[in-house]
Design a protein around this ligand. Structure first.
Ligand SMILES: Cc1cc2nc3c(=O)[nH]c(=O)nc-3n(C[C@H](O)[C@H](O)[C@H](O)COP(=O)(O)OP(=O)(O)OC[C@H]3O[C@@H](n4cnc5c(N)ncnc54)[C@H](O)[C@@H]3O)c2cc1C
Length: 466
């Protein structure tokens, strides 16, 4: 971590800063507090502030900023809302953070085609607020109210992905400013296309290392006729995970199925003043027609009962469902609050569903043996689960134990045919696992990076090392 931060800084000249100030006026900031806020994410990674923050308002402005930085060889770090978790926005080599949060216009909504185009700074909650009276919604929900540009850049997913897919499935097209300032459009509004290389999917998940996304065209969905959510606790972790596996293998189209272990349940009870049983628990949601929702929920209930579950606690009214999911979404902060002064280190892996129980149970055994505080939560319907290490960042022994446990979990997931991250991404926190996962394919990633960003100015030090 510290070695990465200690890399060579490339400081922008006074002439470059003057040029950007002429372009942006007071939307260029060199204030320490603003720089620090843009050099850290929501994890334990050390802050590495950029030299300045440029608040852009249009694609053309982003292009002008990137052109000026490219001419000076100064790094550019795109910034959405800063909720990423693997050191993604740290300015490891200094440079200019391009903050797109003022690019917040919903440019177009088509109810006939179920799609929309937004500027990159629009957040998922802002989009759903905008869609409120249309009967449509955008389902991808990473918990945090992240920007849609940032979500595209991290290939985000979250609780609803088991039913609606991730950003990979839901981004139809992009406007991107390349490392030389050129503006390109990728993809389009057609639901399918066989026209050339799929550049949209190249930029989705590129974490700001190939270009700055300024506009995103997204799929939308009709709000389901009926929705119901339920909470169900289990005497064992194995029972909860086996319920998920059987649910998915039976083809029941759950909209959400989330696991929280007993440590996490204790944390959210304390944080959100709730009184759920402090046992391994599933939070589920069903979408469809009233009859469909009733049928799906009965099927899951029957599977859960065989695994020893207590009864479902239902939340059918919108306000009760919101309360339930609000508690789920505060899980990370609830876990951090268990240990005053501690920091969170969230990590995730994803495995094929048939290996999920084995992967989670072996990881749980490691946690118990390590004596670390590390609740498990997961979007388990996708085979994806998270640990949040609640650690003292100044205790090297604790960091080393967490690092060792994380390494074991990642290598376990890889050995099971899984991935080192289902959704949080690589940043610099997981950069060392990429070759273990992809082998020589990493050299092709490096070639793509070199072709699109020959001077390595786009978020350098992330995903692939030069
Ligand atoms: C409590 C909590 C829960 C979370 N749960 C989930 C979850 O369930 N699922 C999930 O997927 N993630 C989750 N995350 C992680 C995070 O919310 C996502 O990674 C999110 O997509 C980041 O979006 P952002 O706007 O905050 O991006 P930022 O953090 O600002 O940036 C993330 C990366 O994308 C790049 N980037 C940002 N904007 C652009 C742009 N316009 N163009 C090009 N590159 C850009 C940045 O350079 C950086 O590398 C969670 C985070 C927290 C704090």
């Amino acid at each position: 971590m510290s070695a990465a931060v200690a890399q060579r800084r490339i400081t922008p000249s006074a002439a470059l800063l003057d040029h950007l100030r002429q372009l942006l006026g007071d939307r260029l900031s060199t204030a320490t507090a603003v720089r620090e806020q843009h050099g850290r994410d929501e994890s334990y990674h050390v802050t590495a502030p950029p030299d300045a923050v440029a608040f852009a308002r249009s694609t053309e402005e982003v292009s002008e900023i990137v052109k000026a930085c490219a001419a000076a060889g100064v790094p550019v770090i795109p910034f959405g809302t800063g909720t990423s978790l693997e050191g993604h926005v740290a300015a490891l080599h200094g440079g200019i953070s391009i903050d797109v949060s003022q690019m917040k216009e919903v440019l177009r909504v088509s109810t006939a085609d179920l799609d929309c185009t937004v500027q990159a700074g629009v957040t998922r909650k802002q989009l759903n607020e905008h869609l409120r009276d249309t009967g449509l919604f955008f389902p991808i929900d990473p918990g945090a109210d992240a920007s849609l540009g940032g979500m595209a850049a991290t290939r985000a997913s979250g609780t609803n992905a088991v039913r609606y897919g991730t950003m990979r499935e839901n981004v139809l097209g992009l406007t991107v400013v390349l490392a030389d300032g050129r503006i390109i459009r990728t993809g389009g509004r057609a639901r399918k296309s066989a026209a050339g290389y799929d550049l949209t999917r190249l930029f989705v998940g590129s974490e700001g290392t190939l270009g700055v996304i300024t506009e995103v065209t997204l799929r939308l969905y009709g709000v389901p006729e009926a929705m119901a959510a339920a909470v169900c606790s289990f005497p064992t972790l194995a029972g909860a995970v086996d319920t998920v596996i059987q649910t998915i293998q039976s083809g029941i189209p759950v909209a959400r199925i989330e696991l929280l272990d007993e440590v996490q349940m204790a944390a959210i009870n304390r944080y959100s003043k709730l009184d759920y049983p402090e046992q391994p628990t599933l939070f589920c949601e069903f979408h469809g027609t009233a009859a469909g929702v009733a049928e799906q929920s009965e099927m899951v209930k029957a599977i859960a009962a065989e695994e020893g579950a207590a009864d479902f606690q239902w939340a059918t009214k919108p306000e009760d469902r919101s309360r339930l999911w609000a508690a789920r979404h505060t899980a990370y902060y609830a876990a951090i609050a268990m240990r005053p002064g501690a920091k969170g280190w969230a990590t995730d892996v994803c495995v094929p569903i048939s290996r999920l129980a084995e992967c989670i149970l072996e990881t749980k055994k490691d946690i118990v043996e390590s004596r670390l505080l590390a609740p498990i939560v997961g979007h388990v319907g996708d085979g994806n689960f998270h640990l949040a290490f609640i650690i003292d960042p100044d205790d090297p022994d604790e960091i080393a134990r967490a690092q060792a446990l994380n390494d074991r979990m990642v290598h376990r997931a890889l050995a099971m045919g899984g991935t080192c991250t289902g959704e949080h991404g690589i940043g610099y926190g997981k950069i060392n696992f990429l070759t273990a996962e992809h082998g020589d394919a990493v050299s092709v990633m490096r070639m793509l990076k070199k072709a699109l960003d020959p001077d390595n100015i786009m978020n350098p030090g992330k995903i692939v090392s030069p």
